[in-house]
Design a protein around this ligand. Structure first.
Ligand code: SAJ
Length: 491
């Protein structure tokens, strides 16, 4: 299981409540006794755990899921109390079964069910297209639909990640137009943006333990929504305005994406200079904290370079931030922004780098990449997960197609793919007779692959390591041609 970074215990001390908004922390069981009803729209990685936690806190929760080809099947699965999310999600299956059997949570495709709700949470996908423009079809459709059922004092909470400015300039006008009401409490409906911080493998944990930020259009929307979240969030709930909350969410992930791009650039430098990026990283991150602030975050925290960056957050959130700037900035910077976009381009280029490393190694082994057979280890975007959204492996496979290589793909968690790629479930069968082994994802299942096994199965002894799985010296000493991200040859 990927060990995610634990939120430091002093996070509440570092965070300050927004202006004129109370700081609340810890769950508040009394709120749940108000018998309020909650509608959660979008039964995905965000909506399901949120709905289940609110139902377990005592609310009556209705999940709303459109009966699309791709996701409609979840309605019946959820109403049977069975979790549609694969991979290991601690507590989620048990909590779901409990709240369905005690009739605190039910799912429907009928959006008019929001009529009964005091709070309406919107948790739908907000992808970006190939030009990095947000695709808000689902969000707009939902706003048009629920707008018809809004009455004074209902509160709409956007949890989906959106470009800064979207709540104020896109969501609010649609809701006002459809409802005929003005946004704002007490006379109209309430409106907040309050972002999710879920992570695959820790959906329940993150909602319960991480601080929650609530950006309301007015203080009553903010405070009533803070009260709502306090019934399930132990990590503290903080109030602010929608723009600040929207910028915070996208910056949170843009920050990580830039950090990873920095590590990738250092890796390329190390390959060029003939040194090992992981040795460099060990020394850089070894810089001790200033003795005056020993508990602070590390003064250096170089991330891990790799075969690319996937998932449902990092590949799009920097683009959402830039889109918000392009569309809603009240003034334009005289400096042309480039750091976040360049980081995105570099991270998206890393699968190409993997293909270049592969071709270089095959040539050294007197093999032409055209018609070579490659064993690709890992289809998901993250180790020990079955989630393959925006996986870098697809970019890599498309490059192999372009260069005429054939391939077999193994992944211990992914069974079938929406993109039509076949996954070979048996590792030995995937490796057998291949001209190279390419590590795209560092699943735990690969930790015990031995050189002996590879020598027996591979047709050509080549290893391309995108995730620091093998030791370069040991690989070459065992007779393999080796290339690795950040693994420069010792000159
Ligand atoms: N990756 C690297 N190097 C790294 C870290 C990640 O190449 O040092 C790659 C991974 O292989 C993967 C992609 O980046 O392909 C994303 O990995 P991730 O660990 O960021 O996983 P996510 O997408 O689930 O990110 C979530 C985000 N959390 C939220 O949006 C609430 C992210 O902000 C968190 O920092 C991250 O989890 C986490 O901490 O695990």
């Amino acid at each position: 299981m990927k060990v995610k970074t634990q939120i430091s215990g002093d996070v509440a001390k570092r965070l300050r409540p927004g202006p004129a908004k109370p700081l609340f922390d810890g769950p508040n069981p009394s709120v749940a006794s108000k018998k309020q009803k909650i509608a959660v729209i979008g039964m995905g990685y965000v909506g399901i755990p949120a709905a289940v936690l609110f139902a377990d806190a005592g609310y009556s929760v209705i999940g709303i899921q459109r009966s699309s080809k791709r996701s409609g099947w979840k309605i019946d699965r959820l109403n049977e109390g069975r979790c549609p999310i694969g991979g290991k999600e601690p507590e989620l299956p048990e909590l779901l079964e409990k709240v369905v059997s005690n009739q605190k949570f039910h799912v429907t495709e009928d959006i008019s069910a929001v009529k009964e709700a005091d709070f309406i949470l919107i948790d739908v996908q907000t992808p970006t297209d190939e030009k990095h423009i947000p695709q808000y079809e689902s969000l707009k459709e939902v706003c048009h639909q629920i707008g018809k059922y809004l009455t004074p004092r209902k509160i709409v909470v956007i949890e989906s990640t959106v470009a800064p400015g979207t709540t104020e300039y896109l969501v609010k006008p649609i809701l006002e137009e459809e409802s005929g009401l003005k946004a704002g409490l007490p006379g109209g409906f309430g409106l907040c943006f309050s972002y999710e911080r879920v992570m695959v493998g820790r959906l329940i944990h993150n909602i319960r333990e991480y601080p929650k930020i609530v950006g309301g259009i007015d203080s009553e929307s903010t405070n009533l929504t803070i009260e709502l979240y306090r019934s399930i969030v132990k990590g503290g709930v903080y109030g602010t305005d929608p723009m600040t909350a929207e910028v915070s969410k996208t910056v949170e992930n843009a920050y990580r994406d830039v950090q990873i791009a920095f590590a990738n650039e250092v890796a390329l430098l190390c390959e060029a200079l003939g040194t090992d990026v992981y040795e460099v990283r060990k020394f850089v991150n070894g810089l001790p904290n200033d003795p005056s602030t020993p508990g602070a975050n590390p003064v250096r925290n170089m991330h891990l370079p790799g075969a690319g960056v996937g998932g449902h957050c990092l590949p799009k959130d920097s683009w959402l931030l830039m889109h918000g700037y392009d569309k809603y900035a009240i003034l334009k910077s005289e400096y042309p922004f480039s750091v976040m976009s360049d980081a995105r381009y570099l991270n998206d280029w890393m699968p190409m780098h993997m293909a270049n490393l592969l071709e270089s190694a095959l040539n050294e082994g007197k093999r032409d990449i055209k018609n070579s057979m490659v064993c690709v280890l890992g289809y998901s975007f993250l180790e020990n997960s079955d989630d393959s959204r925006n996986t870098p492996t697809i970019t890599f496979l498309k490059e192999l197609d372009k260069r005429g290589a054939k391939y077999k793909i193994h992944d211990p968690y992914v069974k079938d793919t929406e993109e039509g790629y076949q996954i070979e479930p048996n590792l030995d069968v995937a490796i057998k007779n291949c001209d190279a082994l390419v590590v795209m994802v560092k699943h735990d299942a690969y930790n015990n692959i031995t050189f002996e096994k590879l020598k027996k199965l591979l047709h050509t002894k080549i290893i391309i390591d995108g995730r620091n799985l093998f030791d370069p010296q040991k690989s070459t000493a065992s007779g393999f041609i080796f290339r690795g991200v950040g693994k420069g040859k010792k000159l």
